[in-house]
Ligand binder design. Structure first.
Ligand SMILES: [Cu+2]
Length: 688
């Protein structure tokens, strides 16, 4: 949920370690090696904007501003207009795939704007300097913008009922309270439906506790129209004493012992990493492009693997498309908390700066990312992305020869591409991890602060403890964290060499064995093709036998004449079990299945639709697959939801130990042999 202010910085994507080099060269690595950075560079504001060199480069600050100026000049926007999104409208996929360095490309912006309490979509051609189209979209809302968020908060905190509620709770100094608006969701028949609603809880900041959200003021909630500033309603219900300060946090934390001194990675930057442009990454046989996006946070595109002389396509585009975090507490000031932060706020909007030595190794590359603000300009988040290489301490492959009493093998190296959006209380470490074997791991680590409510019970012996902990657990005295789920939906537009792919399921079938020396049962594999787009139903029998899913290219062969494929090696985590008639669940239908498959369409980008803020139903995946199109030998998009239930516990307090979930995409029948072997290690005698 939103931070209360957003610094507006100057433009430029720059590398923390190599700031000067990137300003003067598109080849950061070469520039660093030559150490040619000038001694006294001009101030950054005098620098020429970074050149756009790739069709998928994020809009630069200059392009963002040009877009809003063109819209204002055309009359589609004015000085009061708020911009929910100003982002790159990607060129057609075929054009991007055919593009080679140095060739011309189109440059367009896609905009969602809010003017006179109406939502419009606009398309702008930046090369022609022309607004191509502006269309009103009735009944939908853009993402929550800073100005709307602040207006809602300020209006509520000036409301008489708010002051009265504080007084009732014995809070006499309003300066010791802060309020942070949340997305409101949609509940049929609720007052204010159809307006730009936010729901606002408040917290005590007395004693300057950290984390700031540790002392919620229960039973109080404002419902405010963030556009007009009208306070629609004030809920003033139960009164619960604030948990005492400081609850074991802050002063009472044990000192860090010598054993917990920061560990550093052993590969010095740049190692095998080469950065160029805005931003291409090369590492061992991998190369790919990344860009900042207000909504998705980071988009990874055109991931290719060099296989001999061939650059082989693996991923056209990967990004978190939506998330859904429904809390399991029926209290009216809690039940609406069913967040979809990607579409309601944006992972880019809530991106945090990374701390060297904590968030990523100190020697990582740290890269600033530029995002649009809501008034037609931009700001740059310092050190929002880190890229680093690490040895895992594991063998990438190895074999021990007892005859030689020697080992051959190579150490495992990984390339990590990391951002950490902080969504109010939660911090999500979102990693794309590449390795030399051709694997891509998607990893999400949840840390930060459990959302908590103040309760009467200090411990489980208290009279109210049983009632207080029906929907969550005590995680500290007088503090319950309601249980909830986290569903991260990744849009994975993978291409196995080309876009003509087929999606299959491998199941394992017990098969009677004949003439096999006494064996009576073996298993064999059964491969089934999915003919139509849609959600992939979980078959519990298949799950327990170890089902797996592959995207394959039936038009290509490896040297063994097998069909190259990418295997989605997912753990079977949680799918939503909420009733489909539950209003929040019906806005996040994507969370009911771990996998959905759809035929690629350039405008089908978001699991819960383009406008999930205040939406009434999921306009994304259920719509995209409604026509059940044929997907044999077609361009297929795989939608994968990483779902995990969060049963809260005292070990989450005060800050949750990073809780990781991951999925691996691994090549199968794609290469001719293990691509990570360089055969240069020879045999090593153990102990030498
Ligand atoms: Cu959680």
């Amino acid at each position: 949920m939103g931070e209360n202010s957003m610094a507006r910085f100057i433009l430029i994507v720059r590398c923390f370690a190599l700031a000067l080099a990137l300003l003067f060269s598109t080849d950061a690595f070469a520039a660093k090696k030559k150490k040619k950075a000038p001694a006294a560079p001009p101030a950054v504001s005098e620098q020429a904007p970074p050149p756009v060199v790739h069709p998928l480069d994020a809009l630069t600050a200059v392009e963002i501003e040009a877009t809003s100026k063109l819209l204002k000049a055309s009359g589609a926007a004015n000085d009061k207009t708020l911009f929910g999104i100003i982002t790159l409208e990607e060129p057609p996929k075929a054009e991007v795939l055919a593009w080679t360095t140095g060739r011309d490309f189109t440059r367009r912006a896609f905009v969602v704007l809010r003017k006179d309490q109406k939502t419009f979509e606009a398309h702008v051609d930046l090369k022609a300097g022309k607004v191509l189209a502006v269309t009103e979209k009735p009944g939908v809302f853009p993402m929550i913008m800073n100005a709307v968020w602040e207006r809602a908060r300020d209006a509520f905190m000036k409301d008489k009922r708010y002051a009265e509620a504080l007084t009732k709770r014995g809070i006499t100094d309003p300066k010791t309270v802060f309020c942070t608006p949340n997305s409101a969701g949609y509940f049929p028949g609720e007052a204010g439906t159809g307006r730009f609603l936010l729901k606002i809880p408040c917290f005590s900041s007395k004693d300057k506790l950290h984390p700031a959200l540790a002392r919620p003021i229960e039973g109080l909630m404002g419902v405010v129209d963030g556009e007009t500033g009208e306070v629609i309603s004030v809920l003033d219900r139960e009164i619960v004493a604030l948990p005492p300060a400081p609850q074991g946090y802050g002063q009472t934390l044990p000192k860090r012992g010598p054993s917990s001194a920061p560990a550093e990675i052993l590969v010095a930057t740049p190692g095998n990493i080469k950065l160029s442009g805005l931003l291409n990454v090369e590492w061992l046989n991998w190369n790919f492009h990344v860009r900042a996006d207000k909504r998705a946070g980071l988009v990874v595109s055109l991931a290719r693997f060099k296989d001999g002389n061939r650059q082989r396509n693996i991923a056209y585009e990967m990004y978190p498309s939506e998330m859904f975090v429904p809390y399991m507490d029926p209290n009216l000031t809690w039940s609406y908390r069913t967040f979809m932060d990607v579409g309601e706020f944006g992972l880019g909007y809530l991106m945090s700066s990374l701390a060297p030595g904590i968030d990523c190794p100190a020697q990582a590359y740290y890269i600033d990312l530029t995002f649009p603000n809501d008034v037609g300009g931009s700001y740059t988040k310092a050190r929002a992305l880190c890229v680093f290489e690490r040895p895992t301490g594991d063998p990438a492959w190895r074999h021990y020869s007892s005859g030689r009493n020697a080992v051959t093998g190579e150490p495992q190296l990984e390339l990590v591409v990391r951002t950490i959006p902080t969504l109010g209380n939660y911090d999500y470490v979102i990693d794309y991890v590449f390795d030399a074997s051709g694997n891509i791991k998607l990893r999400v680590g949840a840390t930060g602060f459990d959302a908590i409510k103040s309760t009467a019970a200090a411990d489980m012996d208290a009279a109210s403890a049983k009632d207080d902990t029906v929907y969550g657990n005590l995680i500290a005295p007088y503090t319950v964290a309601p249980n909830h789920d986290h569903y991260f939906s990744f849009r994975l537009d993978m291409d196995v060499d080309t876009t003509a792919n087929t999606f299959v399921r491998d199941t394992f079938v017990a098969t009677p064995a004949k003439d096999s020396g006494g064996r009576t049962s073996l298993w064999t594999t059964k491969t089934q093709r999915f003919l139509k787009e849609g959600p992939i139903a979980s078959d519990h029998e298949a799950l327990s036998s170890g089902v797996s899913y592959r995207l394959q290219n039936n038009n290509e062969k490896n040297s063994l004449k097998q069909t190259p494929s990418l295997w989605f090696n997912a753990h079977h985590d949680a799918e939503s079990i909420l009733n489909g008639a539950d209003p929040p669940q019906s806005r996040a239908t994507f969370s009911t299945h771990q996998f959905w498959i759809s035929k690629y369409k350039p405008d089908e980008l978001w699991s819960a639709g383009l406008y999930p803020n205040l939406s009434q139903k999921d306009d994304g995946l259920p719509n995209y697959v409604a026509d059940s199109e044929d997907i044999t030998n077609e361009d297929i998009v795989v939608w994968y939801t990483m779902g995990f239930r969060h049963v809260t516990r005292p070990e989450d307090f005060p800050i949750l130990p990073t809780f990781w979930h991951e999925m691996t995409i691994r090549p199968a029948f794609f290469f001719d042999r293990n691509p990570s072997m360089t055969f240069n290690s020879g045999y090593v005698q153990p102990g030498q």
